[in-house]
Ligand binder design. Structure first.
Ligand code: GLN
Length: 484
């Protein structure tokens, strides 16, 4: 049996019934990585030794008959902007190359407490800025469906490892679509939860009012299981919300009769690939067939989302990235003659082109004389976008859209044209601006490449979107693990 191909839930059953050991599962995934990684390049670092030690510990606990959490023993991959104690965390940037965090991010503590097996750190766009992983200082990741194509980004490595079965589960971060868009491009499930649901303590900040950590998985049940592990109040993150959380697997029922699904007309616009639109229209028909009621809605300020996002995200990034000055962490330019020169050279050589572009854009938007016209105005329009969703959710329970206007594009196709690259986030960004949850689930192929369906819910509506996604998944025949 090829254990690496299985979902977490399938592995869990085999472990419980002692048909396989956790060490066998881990070794199977490691062998898969060794076979596949030369083509995919989805990992920046692997942690096989620790993974095998952890697997042995889990096996010992199983043998002792200890009660274990549901995802105990499941191999999980971590986006490399999440701090892992004593394991290098690079953010795919030269500027913090060599940085070994002194502590684990809260989500890592939670994965460890759940007895999960951390298998490696995944590739990404530098500081999570990008939509293709081509902005990584370590070179791009290749889409497992077509090695000439991008896996999406910025969590492209995390989506690719799940799609190519180089990990059973993965975690990523999503500031403007970085979990959902790569999930869509790689044919896997990916969720950005409500802002504040999952602690960001130990997530290297890009744009703090937008960043969220979330799960990537082969199916919707695994997504709910991993969300159960990740979600929860953390006093170390001031944006973390202290509420009672449900067991998200309780929402995995197929009864969606009467559920109202809003279809926003602004998301079926120019630029939407006809092949993608066809799959989305078919999925709307599937939902109607399952008894849901699909209603037309309008989110009128959608057209401003990209402009608002690229002002706010870059402004926050320019402030967050000010700390990389060659003094405290990572890379320092050697050839400098004085302190100012050292700062300048370190930042000029240490950051890649896209990160520098964003720091400059953000610094400009925040500078005196421009602040009101750009930053403040963008904040106002952000409120209008948030209000659009509040109005929209008065008419429906969840909202259905494409995740991305296209299927995976070719590596090199957009990298020289930032605007083209930015437009690929058109359908995912608004959820971050509004702080609401969104999930991308595979909904078939166009030209042999996966298409993602996005379901958006109101604040703390994770249960509803999981329920709809699960019903859809059960009601259709989805493709995962393309090269397995
Ligand atoms: N692609 C978007 C950007 O480049 C979103 C990135 C993200 O969600 N981290 O900003």
């Amino acid at each position: 049996m090829e254990l690496y191909k299985l979902t977490a839930q399938q592995i869990q059953k085999l472990l419980r019934s002692r048909q396989v050991s956790c060490l066998e599962v881990t070794k199977s995934v490691i062998a898969r990585i060794e076979e596949t990684e030369p083509n995919i390049h989805a990992y920046i670092a692997t942690t096989f030794e620790q993974a095998m030690e952890q697997a042995i510990r889990v096996d010992e606990k199983i043998l002792r008959g200890e009660e274990l959490p549901p995802l105990a023993g499941i191999p999980v991959a971590i986006k490399d902007n999440i701090c892992t104690k004593s394991i290098p965390t690079t953010c795919a940037s030269k500027i913090i190359n060599g940085f070994k965090p002194a502590y684990d991010a809260t989500v890592i503590e939670r994965l460890k407490k759940a007895n999960m097996v951390i298998i490696g750190k995944t590739n990404m766009d530098e500081f999570a800025m990008g939509s293709s992983t081509e902005n990584s200082a370590f070179g791009p990741t290749h889409n497992p469906w077509d090695l000439q194509r991008a896996p999406g980004g910025s969590s492209g490595g995390s989506a690719a490892v799940v799609a190519s079965c180089e990990a059973t589960l993965a975690i990523g971060s999503d500031t403007g679509g970085s979990i959902r868009q790569p999930a869509s491009f790689c044919g896997v499930v990916g969720m950005k939860p409500t802002y504040g649901l999952i602690s960001r303590y130990g997530l290297i900040a890009f744009a703090s009012s937008l960043d969220q950590i979330g799960p990537l998985s082969k199916d919707v049940r695994d997504c709910a299981l991993l969300l159960n592990v990740l979600a929860g109040y953390d006093p170390k993150d001031s944006t973390s919300i202290n509420i009672d959380l449900p067991d998200y697997t309780k929402f995995l029922t197929t009864d969606i009769a009467g559920m109202k699904i809003g279809i926003p007309k602004e998301y079926f616009c120019e630029g939407l690939d006809p092949g993608v639109e066809k799959r989305i229209q078919e999925s709307i028909a599937v939902f109607s067939g399952l008894g849901a009621e699909c209603v037309d809605i309008s989110l009128p300020h959608t057209k401003y989302a990209i402009a608002v996002y690229y002002i706010l995200a870059t402004s926050e990034a320019s402030s967050n990235l000010a700390r990389y000055d060659g003094v405290q962490y990572g890379y320092r330019a050697e050839e400098a003659e004085n302190l100012l020169d050292m700062y300048r050279l370190t930042r000029s050589n240490g950051f890649g082109a896209e990160v520098k572009r964003r720091i400059m854009l953000g610094t400009y938007a925040l500078s005196s004389g421009y602040y009101d016209a750009y930053y403040l105005q963008a904040q106002r329009v952000r409120t209008l976008i948030k209000n659009d969703f509040e109005e929209g959710f008065k008419k429906c329970d969840i909202i259905l859209t494409p995740t991305s206007p296209t299927v995976a594009f070719k590596l090199g196709e957009k990298i020289d044209d930032p605007l083209k690259m930015y437009i690929s986030d058109i359908f995912t960004i608004s959820a971050n601006l509004a702080g609401i949850p969104g999930i991308s689930v595979p909904c078939g192929l166009s030209d042999g490449l996966p298409v993602g369906l996005q379901l958006l819910g109101p604040v703390f509506g994770e249960g509803k979107i999981l329920q709809a996604a699960y019903s859809y998944e059960v009601g259709t025949d989805l493709c995962v693990c393309p090269i397995a």
